[in-house]
Design a binder for this molecule. Sequence first.
Ligand SMILES: Nc1ncnc2c1ncn2[C@@H]1O[C@H](COP(=O)(O)OP(=O)(O)O)[C@@H](O)[C@H]1O
Ligand SMILES: [Mg+2]
Length: 467
Amino acid sequence: MKRRRIMVAAGCCLSFFLGTLLNLLFIPGFEHHQNRGFHTDRRRDAAANHELRLQIRERLEEVLRYRSGAADVARPLERRRLMDLEPATRRDAHRRAAPAPALGCGSMDNVTDVQYLGSGYTKAVYRAALNASFAVALKSVDFGGHDMENCVQRFASAPDCYRLASFKIVKEMTLMERLQHPNVLKLYGYCYQDSNDIRDTVTAITELGSPLEMIQLLQTPWEERFRICLSLVRLLHFLAHSPLGSVTLLDFRPRQFVLVGGELKVTDLDDASIEETPCSTSSPGDCVMEFPARNFTLACSGGRCQGFNEKRNLYNAYRFFFTYLLPHSAPPTLRPLLDKIVNYTGELLWGIDETQVHLEKVLHLYRSGIYLQNNTEMHKSEYRRVADASIGGENYRCWPSYQHDGCMLSVFSLHEAIGVCESHAQCRAFIMTNQTTWSGHQLVLFKTGSGHLTSSKGHVTYIRTDS
Ligand SMILES: Nc1ncnc2c1ncn2[C@@H]1O[C@H](COP(=O)(O)OP(=O)(O)O)[C@@H](O)[C@H]1O
Ligand SMILES: [Mg+2]
């Protein structure tokens, strides 16, 4: 009888193993995990912790869920490329500019300029230059991080704890691949190698960003802060309608995002979830969404809380980003619309679709210069125009400037630049540079005088003649 039970159990294990084997082959970075991991499983000594195994199994199954689905039909080829360990010499310059997701251990042979960027609960992230030219971020499990430390304390097995933690990286890589969007960090590839006495540690090679510094952001021009909020809303719109369903970011703090060329991108995806909260109509408490300062009760329909994932993202965007970044020092004519966006998202009166429509409208008003149309103010001063000229020195500080030691602001038109100059007591001249911001606004450098006029192709200087 006992033997029969063992045979049945062994049969179940075998069928589960074979059933998942095929799926596993199509997960970025999973061949290695599977080849080594499952064999290690078999050899695992009898005292290995059952709970730890269960947790590993749960994470594995979660990743498998993200891999499955009809939208994945076109992917195997791409995955094969991802797994190629291409020799460094074969990568050419154009690939450096726009790399296909094909980097592997080969590309890490020649890593230089490694610098620590940051770490969170699980991962440590480093900046590195591949072949002395292409800068990337390398993400791996932080052996000294909280996740590993807490696990080892509890289960006393560094290799198993490593394996558990590394599933977060595998999940993150899987989601980066499945959720490709301009505001999701790009996965360039990955590498498995032995490290710290642990076999096959995984390193994800991703796009490089700069960690988000909220204090710094509060000091940047409104246009840049608006761009961050707009990127975030576009990201949340994509996540709400993603190929995997509505994705929520359970850990939404600003440190889970980075800036890449001024655009916000989500980097930490290991806490993303597609599970919509289950509920029953007879128990209204099921759909209470709790935040430190307030709660919302959502409707329950079809056994799921309606829009829970989308609304959690949106309220987090409101409390961590919009309230701080959107309204303050915005062009006055845009303030009512921006205040409305803040108020309506703070009350969850809009979903993400409507929120995006309103932010895109602000962008249109700003880009097209319509935000200045009510500004019929007549200018007091006359200006002398000097083409291909700039002014050395004679700087003064203003806020929020694009230059820390001078007053550089963005304007839509010459008319707006004159208005700014006349509103600053120190301003006696300004230079319309040939640089533009992401929105197409022109950067203008305001000056206290015009004593040091120099030749400078492409710049146009305006000097007040009323002094
Ligand atoms: N691509 C990147 N470029 C620059 N910094 C990054 C990048 N990815 C992450 N970081 C920094 O590293 C920190 C830890 O990364 P994260 O993925 O959030 O790890 P964890 O899951 O441990 O929280 C982030 O808070 C961020 O500051
Ligand atoms: Mg993080």
